[in-house]
Design a protein around this ligand. Structure first.
Ligand code: TYM
Length: 394
């Protein structure tokens, strides 16, 4: 008899184990071999930056890391480091889940005042999806607008499309082929589960996501320096790429990148899977109108409420699986209000409809504020962020 299907998380899939209501993140830390972010580490970040912790750290949205301590050591010794994150442009607009790493990266850039590079993997999305290369390249520029709307410092941020940058920067391509040479097909298959039928572009791609972890991939920012440390904020689905990168680094005499991992912003259908652009019904997009947001939440947001009003009043709702509550825990700033909602919902005083109403207000404001900022991002502004240029870096 076949055993129970285990949970599965990789860059393309995030699924809870069969019969479980959500992804088990403790198990993931064990499987991936990363470290939990401890209270001591949180204190250290606060002390180091002299800024209040981001709510994503206080609330455990960013919950796991690799060698963050080394970055803090460097920062305390006034040694430089940089941030690296990215996006695979597969849809016209990004969704709420994609905002998580970008909002957090904005906080990190402000708190540490460091350079940031953002990779748009238009090549990856061409290789994986049924999309033309010219289309993913165009989507990269569309998505750049959503990213810029998060408010990154133009003087310290370089956004690039792989298709553009590979053909214009020799140093980047040198790093890519050096990484490709030190990872065998069998290692890549072990990490990413490639099949014989996969196209060969997919097999070579991980080196392209690895290369920005090394500072000499950006000569216009770091010159020929190879030893500037790199910190990568992302959801934990991207970790396989950076396990590979960290294995390759010492063989190339480069420092290993450090990582900060977030949990997933769940699909509307529940915390068994992540919000994903491949399934539009699972997602609220940053281009959705107020009406679309209200309809999606009312129609699809999985409820932890009871079957009948009577039962709900008696036993209360389950916030661990209730998507509306979970979304609020990401985006409702007011912690006291969030705690009150939790208490009221779990005790049955608050009903699912009332909870959804609270969420709709929060999301409509978040998305409409974002929309306004995105509308202000002109093609000229995109061009500036995406042109390789020197940065004040010391
Ligand atoms: P992509 O476009 O799938 O996702 C972009 C970023 O968003 C995170 N993410 C999520 N976070 C929380 N909840 C979700 N539901 C959710 N879905 C996606 C991803 O972890 C990622 O941080 N191959 C990458 C692009 C990339 C990259 C990087 C990402 C290139 N270099 C370096 C992070 C760091 C991709 O397709 O991401």
């Amino acid at each position: 008899m076949a055993g129970k299907k285990e949970q599965h998380v990789d860059p393309w899939t995030a699924e809870a184990a069969e019969g479980e209501s959500s992804i088990d993140y403790n198990k993931l830390i064990e499987q991936f071999g990363s470290q939990r972010i401890t209270d001591d580490l949180l204190d250290r970040i606060e002390k180091c930056t002299g800024k209040p912790l981001h709510s994503f750290l206080r609330r455990g949205v960013f919950f796991s890391h690799r060698e963050l301590g080394l970055i803090l050591d460097a920062y305390e010794k006034k040694q430089p480091f940089y941030l690296y994150t990215g996006r695979g442009p597969s849809s016209e607009s990004m969704h709420l889940g994609h905002l998580i790493p970008f909002l957090f990266t904005k906080y990190l850039q402000d708190a540490f005042n460091v350079p940031l590079v953002i990779q748009l993997t238009d090549d990856e999305k061409f290789l994986w999806k049924d999309l033309k290369a010219e289309e993913t390249h165009r989507l990269a520029y569309e998505n750049a607008k959503d990213i810029i709307a998060c408010g990154f410092d133009m003087n310290k941020t370089f956004i690039f499309s792989d298709i553009d940058y590979i053909s214009s920067c020799t140093a980047f391509y040198y790093n890519i082929i050096k990484i490709q040479k030190c990872v065998t097909f069998s290692q890549a298959r072990g990490i990413f589960g490639f099949q014989e039928s996969d196209n060969i572009g997919k097999i070579a791609f991980p080196a392209i996501q690895a290369a920005p972890s090394f500072s000499n991939s950006f000569p216009h920012i770091f010159g020929e320096k190879t030893d500037i440390m790199c910190l990568i904020p992302c959801a934990i689905d991207q970790d396989p790429y950076f396990r590979m990168t960290r294995d390759a680094a010492p063989r190339l005499n480069y420092p290993k990148p450090a990582l900060l991992h977030s949990i997933f912003f769940p699909a509307l259908q529940g915390p068994k899977s992540k919000m994903s652009a491949s399934d539009p019904n699972s997602s609220i997009f940053l281009t959705d109108t107020d009406e679309e947001i209200a309809t999606k939440v009312n129609k699809y947001a999985f409820s932890g409420g009871r079957d009948t009003l009577e039962e709900h009043r008696k036993f209360g709702g389950d916030t661990k699986v209730d998507v509306s509550y979970q979304y609020l825990s990401f985006f409702l700033d007011d912690t006291e209000k969030l705690e009150k909602i939790k208490k009221d919902y779990e005790s049955g005083t608050m009903l699912t409809g009332e909870l959804k109403k609270e969420l709709i207000v929060v999301l409509q404001k978040l998305v409409s504020d974002h929309r306004k900022r995105r509308e202000a991002v002109t093609d000229e502004i995109v061009k500036q962020y995406m042109s390789p240029r020197p940065m004040n870096f010391d």
